[in-house]
Design a protein around this ligand. Structure first.
Ligand SMILES: [Fe+2]
Length: 290
């Protein structure tokens, strides 16, 4: 793909799989035409790293609202007190307490796929970027769908995945948890199951993408686990392909956006104290997947 220049905004692909960096814009003060170009670039490249941004929580919220309605996280604990649209992801510990979610996204997932209207867009403003660790990966689920064998494509046609926040019901859970009694925690906070097509069509691009994840997809509707789990295993084995992945090493000032309808993402972790990683997350409500 070649570099595209529109007015001041430069869109430069980051890998063969997906992702682009954006240079030459101020996300807090974009005219509508530039915003529309940015959104089109996001749909095309699936993930964008807008360089050299420093949105405060109010500006980040206003920027997110240009994409649609804010989606609030089910856990109130780490929402910013005076700006609840912003969720704090952080490894910082103050007075023995985490100031944000320290380990969000440690399994491949699409944000909020466990509710009826999963997230369309996630926006992460980097606030503190460590020298080592804290990278993030995204995988291209359009490419994943398109490269499935004809046999697998036929087998998943019309199937509906069961999505749950409840790790205690996920057969792929390693049982590693920061919660004291994880079974009690997940059973208490998890909303009812959500049901989504295993192949979804993007409302803007018309592209088809796989919409399952090891973190949240725990079964297949109206299919016994003896059949459903091996089928999910086959899909997850297919997704596990570095050719689909973009690995992001964060730079200070990165404002990263992604389209959850076309990608899974993974927090790579590995931040060691006294280094700190802090990000501010805002999510935008999506449509009912179809
Ligand atoms: Fe996430």
């Amino acid at each position: 793909m070649s570099e595209v220049v529109t007015s001041e905004m430069v869109v430069r692909p980051l890998s063969d799989a997906m992702g682009a960096e954006i240079i030459g814009v101020d996300a807090a003060n974009m005219i509508d035409a530039d915003f529309e170009r940015l959104r089109d670039a996001l749909h095309e490249h699936i993930m964008l790293a807008v360089r050299d941004q420093a949105l405060d929580p109010a500006s980040q919220t206003a920027f997110a609202k240009r994409f649609g309605e804010i989606q609030y996280h089910i856990n109130s604990e780490y929402k910013m007190k005076d700006q609840p649209e912003v969720l704090i992801l952080s490894t910082e510990v103050v007075d023995g307490k985490n100031v944000g979610i320290p380990d969000a996204g440690s399994d491949w997932h699409s944000d909020h796929s466990y509710v009826d209207r999963p997230t369309a867009y996630t926006i992460l403003q980097s606030v503190v970027v460590p020298e080592h660790g804290g990278d993030t990966e995204w995988t291209n689920m359009v490419m994943a769908y398109e490269t499935l064998s004809d046999d697998l494509k036929a087998r998943i046609e019309g199937l509906i995945g069961i999505h749950s926040f409840n790790r205690a019901r996920n057969p792929r859970w390693s049982r590693v948890s920061r919660h004291k009694d994880p079974d009690e925690y997940y059973n208490r906070v998890s909303p009812p199951d959500a049901f989504h097509p295993i192949v979804r069509t993007h409302p803007a691009t018309g592209r088809k993408a796989l919409f399952v994840s090891p973190r949240f997809t725990i079964g297949i509707k109206e299919m016994d686990d003896t059949e459903a789990q091996p089928l999910l295993d086959a899909l997850f084995a297919h997704i596990d392909n570095r050719d689909f992945v973009y690995h992001h090493k964060w730079r200070p000032g990165d404002l990263v956006l992604w389209d959850n309808r076309q990608t899974l993402h993974l927090a790579c972790g590995g931040v060691k104290p006294p280094e700190v990683r802090r990000m501010h997350r805002t999510t935008v409500l999506g449509e009912i997947p179809a």
